[in-house]
Design a protein around this ligand. Structure first.
Ligand SMILES: [Zn+2]
Length: 136
């Protein structure tokens, strides 16, 4: 069995396909080792029409990412930002850890907890006395 170099939370780049798919990047939401497929946020979208099955559910059109074969994507190194092969190196704790083939940086999805700028801007205003000026 081939090792799974890609984990959920990783950013990957599509390395196959036509101009509209190749080079696109997204975050891995699901990794399925059995089917060797990954679901990547915003990639390989398929529109689904959904009927409401209960009062809580809403019907309508949904864009949903479809699983793509893991061999069609390459891991994007969080350090150097390049799509890269993954090396496995022995870490201090005796476990193999992933590292970037290009820059040698250690890649560990669990260690990536950086706050993005987008998340920061969503911060709700903590002060009540400030009047709202914009609609958004
Ligand atoms: Zn790198």
């Amino acid at each position: 069995m081939a090792s799974m170099n890609i984990r959920s939370g990783d950013t990957v780049e599509v390395i196959v396909g036509g101009a509209e798919t190749r080079g696109k990047r997204g975050k891995v939401i699901v990794v399925n080792p059995e089917t060797h497929r990954v679901v990547v946020e915003g990639l390989n979208l398929v529109t689904k029409h959904k009927k409401p099955r209960s009062a809580q559910e809403q019907g309508g059109k949904f864009e949903q990412p479809r699983p793509i074969d893991i061999s069609n994507v390459a891991l994007v190194c969080p350090k150097c930002g390049q799509a890269t092969r993954v090396n496995h190196v022995l870490g201090d704790n005796g476990k193999y850890i992933r590292s970037c083939h290009k820059c040698g940086a250690v890649i560990d999805a669990r260690a990536e907890k950086k706050q993005t700028k987008a998340a920061k801007s969503k911060n709700p205003a903590p002060r009540k006395r400030k009047a709202k000026t914009d609609e958004e």
